[in-house]
Design a protein around this ligand. Sequence first.
Ligand code: CTP
Ligand code: ZN
Length: 156
Amino acid sequence: MMVNRELRVQKIRDGVVIDHLRAGTALKILEMLGITGKEGYIITIAMNVPSQKLGTKDIIKIEGRYLSPSEVSKIALIAPRATLNIIKDYQVMKKERLTLPDEIVGIIRCSNPTCITNHEPQIQSKFRVVSREPLKIKCEYCETVMGQEEIAKRLS
Ligand code: CTP
Ligand code: ZN
């Protein structure tokens, strides 16, 4: 019989649990969300914990805060296989397995300084996903191809 000897991280009452993050990416995700810790939310970060599916994974739990659709899209770009759990009164009310869309509108700035999307504020950036692993996206306007590192630097 399996005995759960230790509870590594406590369950939360209300908030969001971002689960199945690639090991080592939790801090980057928080940074991208603009969460510094000074906001006062109770945040639990677990890094490099054992996972059935991933070997090891990171988890972020934020109490009393939920995520906007654009924040969810940004997480999907950095952590395409993360699971988002919305917790209400200790129950998982909603579980969303993030997936990367085929097309990404807004959110990312094109890395080409001469791209029209960097000069015409009324034109939204638009990228097509040309490869998922490793992640590569291509600008619909200037055809510049960007990889994971560049994407992470250019989330707006
Ligand atoms: N969780 C939490 N507080 C709660 C409920 C759940 O922090 N009140 C966390 C769990 O610790 C887990 C995640 O939210 O990291 C998802 O919970 P649950 O769906 O119960 O776990 P699993 O079935 O293992 O999820 P999955 O199938 O997505 O792996
Ligand atoms: Zn471009």
